[in-house]
Design a protein around this ligand. Structure first.
Ligand SMILES: Nc1nc2c(c(=O)[nH]1)N[C@H]1C(S)=C(S)[C@@H](COP(=O)(O)OP(=O)(O)OC[C@H]3O[C@@H](n4cnc5c(=O)[nH]c(N)nc54)[C@H](O)[C@@H]3O)O[C@H]1N2
Ligand SMILES: Nc1nc2c(c(=O)[nH]1)N[C@H]1C(S)=C(S)[C@@H](COP(=O)(O)OP(=O)(O)OC[C@H]3O[C@@H](n4cnc5c(=O)[nH]c(N)nc54)[C@H](O)[C@@H]3O)O[C@H]1N2
Ligand SMILES: [Mo]
Length: 701
């Protein structure tokens, strides 16, 4: 284990530094040092000894004390007194709240547990405050299962069918690459610590190429920017293959030994000559050629793709096509070559021990499952109906697609809703009970990561705010009241953390939970170049260009371009009414809908903004800085126009995800997004959306 000489636990009791882990849904999962004085968090800093955090935090988490000590922090349980959504509540004691919730859930479960639905995502990525005690509780009830698809499921499906799982390059190795493709990722905003490795590579002479419909702050700092149409990434990757094959820029030995389906893939790629790809992607033939030739002739070549390219109909196909590229040129041979989307599959998690599906009554028979991406439809139409909803670690009213339907679902008077939260979010406003939850410096947790290879512990640094309780404690309390006496439902937070990992796995190098807690973080023992000699975790052990598992499901075994549902190519009639493609990527100063209520960060983002190309603005009489309304048949939102050529013509972009109630007109970007699902993985299609934009013609203040 590495020495941590930087850390001094100051013996003076009024001033301590406590080790933590950033809980947020971000690839970087930073190692934190939390400074506590007189029982109060004064500072949250990045651990300088942790190789990917290297002492630096993003602006959001550097401001953590502002979120922790926020005047609007929920500190007591609340019971609804107003209408649903109105947000009027009265304080109530914990016992009264938990007794009543347990009685309501118990009565429903006695008839049919499936009428209860948990709704959660990655508000915290911790094992303990995430799906540890919560899943055990809902499994024991026999509640509907939730398909946690809102973010990564399509991308992960693409990885699984091609590489065999959420595996790939070590982010630290990007520093040694000579060519880096940053594909569907605004890394400076969403993956800051990757960006510093990319910068190191650039200082050593690497070329950086951004592939993104918008000239993001990241694209601006790259050597080349390829501004393709949203949802055309598979075509671009197939076009690159076409050129690599024609020009014989392949690693024949690697292909022969470590891949499956090359002949079929070659036929598919033959259908994507640069001129066709240029037309699909809305770029030039030269751009396709340049990209392919750079990729085919530079070693090591590394690809950082991110979920931004996996939010349209063809999401998984796009990921399949892109992660096929490294095997074609043998990029995996080098530690600084290959591709990285998520490496969470490297962690030896024991999900069955953590979440205990065996507690489901009638196991192995499973209750029905509900896709979180279509929660509006589920609340309005599931049969049997959802009668109770328990939301934790998520803000679905703001973040789920097709808000008007989501809001109608949450507004159902006959729906019993409990929300565990830090703040009175858009979702909390629809709750019958709001329960105050602890924040990261107030509870214990254990974290894996999806963008690096360290397991991290988070120690509680201070007492909870007011009466706030950890999620785990809230679910233990409900379980006790419902008479569940299984030891799994009484497990302590430390026991839950211990169950989350298979500690005997060689990747842990013999470390125990106590070792991780003592050190703060430990690195997984995985090879520097994981697929230098093949060994992919697919059924064949090879990189599967063609997938027999997909063929067996009657699906196309090869990756292909699938045009977005809402595009001129797929639906010309719709495209005539709503001619602009709409994308809504993350704002730099927010984390999905978290931090939107933190004053200094909201001030940096100013207000909901919408980027539109000068040509598209001119024909609509939209001037820079004026208010616009973006709309389609599902709904509308209002934003301040940024007329700029950073966005490609025909595309508009608005940064997410503001709370509805903090947006002008009371609606955010998800008022227009669609509930349609991706090709594989049942993921949402946030960036597969057509809109029209009109000027609101008010005096711009
Ligand atoms: N500051 C900040 N950091 C975050 C988040 C946040 O909200 N704020 N969210 C976190 C979460 S939950 C996630 S999942 C991750 C990943 O977050 P991502 O969703 O990958 O977001 P970004 O990295 O910002 O980049 C997405 C980029 O993809 C571009 N894009 C949109 N459509 C397409 C397309 O069809 N093709 C291509 N090539 N590009 C497209 C957008 O213009 C944008 O620049 O980031 C995490 N980090
Ligand atoms: N239009 C559009 N919509 C999007 C996206 C987009 O790019 N465009 N991105 C999508 C993506 S990638 C994702 S991952 C989803 C994310 O959607 P969510 O997972 O809902 O993420 P957040 O909006 O950050 O909301 C998390 C909530 O959990 C709460 N929370 C945090 N920690 C705890 C805790 O310990 N206990 C409890 N009880 N609560 C806690 C926070 O206060 C916060 O309100 O949004 C998606 N929505
Ligand atoms: Mo996400």
């Amino acid at each position: 284990m590495m020495p941590r000489s930087n850390l001094r636990i100051v013996p003076d009791s009024s001033h301590q530094i406590v080790r933590g882990a950033c809980p947020h849904d971000c690839p970087d999962t930073c190692a934190l040092l939390v400074t506590v004085e007189n029982g109060r968090v004064m500072r949250v800093a990045g651990d300088p000894a942790h190789p990917s955090t290297h002492g630096a935090l993003c602006t959001k988490v550097a401001r953590y004390p502002e979120r922790l000590h926020h005047p609007d922090r929920l500190t007591v349980p609340l019971r609804r007194v107003g209408a649903k959504g109105e947000g009027r509540f009265e304080p109530v004691g914990w016992d009264e709240a938990l007794d009543e919730i347990a009685a309501r859930l118990g009565a429903i479960a006695a008839r049919d547990g499936q009428r209860i639905l948990p709704y959660s995502y990655a508000g915290t990525m911790g094992f303990v405050q995430g799906e540890g005690m919560a899943s055990r509780f809902f499994h024991r009830i026999g509640a509907s299962l939730l398909e946690r698809t809102i973010c990564s499921s399509a991308g992960i499906a693409g990885l699984r069918y091609t590489l065999g799982g959420a595996v790939g390059m070590d982010v630290e190795r990007f520093a040694d690459a000579r060519l880096i493709l940053i594909w569907g990722s605004n890394s400076i905003a969403s993956n800051l610590h990757f960006w510093s490795f990319a910068q190191q590579a650039r200082r050593n002479g690497a070329r950086l190429i951004a592939i993104d419909p918008y000239r993001t702050e990241t694209a601006q700092k790259c050597d080349t920017h390829v501004a393709l149409r949203p949802g055309t990434d598979a075509a671009l990757a197939l076009g690159m293959m076409h050129v690599l094959i024609r020009r014989e820029l392949l690693d024949d030995d690697y292909i022969a030994r470590h891949t499956l389906g090359f002949a079929a893939l070659s036929e598919r790629a033959a259908q994507y000559p640069p001129e066709r790809v240029a037309a699909i992607c809305g770029i030039s033939e030269e751009e396709v050629l340049d990209l392919a030739l750079a990729y085919g002739t530079t070693r090591p070549a590394a690809i950082r793709l991110n979920y931004g390219l996996a939010r349209t109909r063809g999401a998984a196909n796009a990921v399949r096509a892109i992660v096929s590229l490294p095997a074609l040129v043998g990029a995996w041979r080098d530690p600084a070559g290959g591709a990285l989307l998520s490496v969470s599959g490297n962690f030896p998690t024991d999900s069955a021990a953590l979440t205990r599906p065996d507690l489901i009554p009638g196991w192995p028979r499973q209750p029905r499952s509900i896709n979180m991406a279509t929660i509006g439809d589920a609340l309005l139409g599931a049969d049997p109906p959802i009668e109770a909803l328990v939301v934790y670690n998520s803000n679905p009213v703001a973040v789920a697609p097709d808000s008007e339907r989501v809001i109608r679902g949450f507004a159902r008077e006959d729906l019993f809703t409990v929300v565990l939260e830090h703040f009175r979010t858009d979702t909390a406003d629809y709750a019958d009970f709001v329960l105050p939850a602890t924040m990261q410096p107030e509870h214990f947790d254990l974290h894996k990561a999806y963008g690096h290879l360290y397991l991290l512990a988070n120690e509680p640094a201070v007492a909870p705010a007011g009466q706030a309780r950890p999620n785990s404690e809230i679910f233990r309390g409900l379980a006790r009241r419902m008479g569940f006496d299984d030891p799994a439902l009484r497990a302590t937070d430390e026991e839950i953390a211990a169950a989350a990992i298979d500690w005997s796995d060689p990747r842990l190098g013999g470390n125990s939970l106590a070792d991780v807690r003592r050190a703060g973080w430990i690195r997984l023992a995985v090879p520097a170049a994981p697929f230098a000699d093949g060994g992919f975790p697919t059924p064949s052990g090879k990189c599967e260009f063609a997938s027999e598992r997909l063929a067996a499901q009657g699906l196309d075994p090869l990756p292909d371009q699938l045009d977005p549902y809402e595009s001129a190519a797929s639906d010309p009639a719709l495209a005539r009414r709503y001619p602009l493609s709409f994308i809504s990527p993350p704002a730099r100063n927010f984390l999905n809908s978290s931090f939107v209520n933190v004053a200094s960060l909201a001030a940096s983002e100013r207000e909901p903004q919408c980027a539109i190309h000068p040509d598209d603005a001119a024909v609509r009489g939209i001037v820079d800085g004026s208010r616009v309304r973006a709309f389609n048949d599902r709904g509308a939102f209002v934003a301040r126009a940024r007329v700029e050529d950073r966005i490609r013509p025909g595309v508009v972009l608005a940064w997410g995800v503001w709370w509805h109630k903090l947006s002008p007109g009371g609606r955010n970007v998800n008022a227009v997004t669609a509930p349609a699902l991706t090709d594989l993985g049942g993921g949402p299609t946030f960036y597969d959306c057509l809109v029209e934009v009109e000027s609101l013609r008010e005096a711009s203040a």
